[in-house]
Design a protein around this ligand. Structure first.
Ligand SMILES: Cc1cc2nc3c(=O)[nH]c(=O)nc-3n(C[C@H](O)[C@H](O)[C@H](O)COP(=O)(O)O)c2cc1C
Length: 221
């Protein structure tokens, strides 16, 4: 698969098959992704990969807390709010997801099921956690974003689907306990890896994008 195909094919998979991703495959994906550029080659990322019984313990604990309505407390807090134009795009995303699930955004069960699916990491058999030292700033976060996309594109090349989700890191104390992630590292984001379940409720869903002429201004071209 070439990079353009990987860019078009990647999507957030919200239902994975119960089929493990071999360690060699994850290593091949991450080896390629480690070629990601960073500010002056600072390579600010620290990466943990969880699978098997450890991931099952994290998943169970995450679900227990979700059912007990324990508030989430990610190392990077949720934004306080979004501009109206962004909120509108999120509304469109939710409406589209609800439509393919055969319901509407007004349906409380739809939101409950979505939270539940998030907190069980969509059944991903493997989760990659991107971390960085808490003292680092915006530019290192920029580098981590690039790393995240590299991982997801390299995964596509290996026939592996992905789901990037803040909900995978919203109880960081659980992750520190199970994975021995040091306190001085912020656990920024989780990326689930696995194989999409073609029978998943949202498998046919594709999020929309703003059209190129709205986003891009060509000057002197
Ligand atoms: C930083 C970040 C955090 C995200 N967190 C979640 C999440 O917690 N749950 C979820 O279902 N999707 C999450 N997503 C996925 C986005 O909703 C998704 O990328 C967006 O709707 C575009 O859809 P696509 O990835 O299928 O192209 C996250 C994406 C990013 C980049």
């Amino acid at each position: 698969m070439n990079v353009t195909e990987a860019l078009w094919n990647r999507r957030t998979v919200r239902a994975f098959l119960d089929r493990p991703v071999p360690r060699e495959t994850v290593e091949a994906i991450l080896s390629a992704a480690l070629r990601t550029p960073s500010w002056a080659n600072t390579q600010p990322w620290e990466i943990w990969v969880a699978a098997g019984e450890v991931l099952e313990r994290i998943r169970r604990a995450s679900l227990e807390r979700t059912h007990a309505k324990v508030p989430s407390h990610p190392d990077l807090p949720f934004p306080g709010g979004w501009p109206e134009v962004c909120r509108e795009r999120t509304k469109q995303l939710t409406a589209g997801r609800a439509q393919v699930a055969g319901t509407t955004p007004e349906d409380p069960a739809f939101h409950r099921d979505f939270l539940e699916a998030n907190r069980r990491f969509f059944g991903a058999p493997c989760v990659v956690y991107l971390c960085m030292d808490r003292s680092l700033g915006h530019w290192s976060m920029f580098d981590l974003g690039a790393m995240a996309q590299s991982i997801m594109l390299a995964a596509q090349d290996h026939g592996v689907d992905s789901a990037i989700a803040i909900n995978m890191v919203c109880y960081p104390d659980l992750l520190r306990k199970e994975l021995a992630i040091p306190a001085e590292l912020a656990i920024v984001i989780g990326i689930g890896l696995g194989y999409a379940d073609p029978l998943g409720p949202e498998d046919s869903f594709r999020s929309e994008r703003r059209p190129l002429p709205e986003v891009v201004r060509f000057v002197g071209y």
